[in-house]
Design a protein around this ligand. Structure first.
Ligand code: CTP
Ligand code: MG
Length: 227
């Protein structure tokens, strides 16, 4: 099953505390977001990529895309203040298509088989997102004191990719915009329309490069892949 992918890349990476957008930081000499684009460039089912970028970074990002010979980038949308705005801008440019995947450019280690599974599930049921079971004990804490130990057996850490039938996600994103609802992921926007969302088990390697320690982990993942 073919799909189109929207990649939000218009953040600033404040938690990374670098001097530039974290996506431009390098792992083994290559910018983080290029690893992400390469996964989709190599996937025969990927029909095209749409990147949401900051206006001021578009030229630089385009130069990298050319330098690394990424073939499937179809276009660039200008991102907004919130990730949700960037995704919506990308979606509006990307469609119409049957299945669309939204994937953070900051997750370079996504597994190709998880992408395939998500696309199949979204084609069948409309909405499927990647996640992994929570590993740690989770407690609610207020003022330094535990108020509750949460049963973790049903808790999952949610990632991207998140895959949807295009019309379902576009309508959910436009409804959220009209109602000034801000969600933390695409699934939240679809959940509030009442449409069920499936969760597909992903890998712990599909970590988002968010804080400086994630770069150490990312470097280790790359090293392990060379063995
Ligand atoms: N993103 C975006 N537009 C925004 C904010 C984020 O396209 N207004 C993108 C980021 O570039 C990233 C993905 O959404 O690829 C996930 O967001 P996050 O990890 O939070 O990245 P940043 O917002 O850049 O980082 P921070 O929250 O630490 O500032
Ligand atoms: Mg952010």
């Amino acid at each position: 099953m073919n799909y189109t992918v929207v990649l939000p890349a218009a953040g600033s990476g404040k938690r990374m505390k670098a001097d530039r957008n974290k996506l431009l930081l390098e792992l083994s000499g290559k910018p983080i977001f290029i690893y992400t684009l390469e996964v989709f460039d190599r996937d025969p089912n990927c029909e095209g990529m749409w990147l949401a970028v900051k206006d001021g970074e578009r030229q630089l990002i385009e130069e990298y895309v050319e330098r690394y010979e990424i073939k499937k980038v179809k276009g660039y949308a200008i991102g907004g203040a919130e990730r949700q705005d960037s995704v919506r801008a990308g979606l509006e440019m990307a469609g119409p298509c049957e299945v669309v995947l939204v994937h953070d450019a900051a997750r370079p280690f996504i597994s190709p088989s998880v992408i395939t599974e998500l696309v199949e599930q979204a084609n069948q049921s409309g909405a499927a997102i990647a996640g992994v079971p929570v590993k740690d004990t989770i407690k609610k804490v207020q003022g330094g004191l535990i108020t509750e130990t949460v049963d973790r057996s049903s808790l999952w850490m949610i990632q991207t990719p998140q895959a949807f039938r295009y019309e379902l996600l576009l309508q959910a994103a436009q409804l959220a915009q009209a109602e000034a609802f801000l969600g933390t992921d695409e699934a939240m926007l679809v959940e509030r329309t009442g449409h069920p969302v499936q969760v597909v088990e992903s890998t712990y390697e599909n970590v988002k490069m968010t804080t400086p320690d994630d770069l150490i982990y990312g470097q280790a993942i790359l090293a392990s892949r060379l063995q």
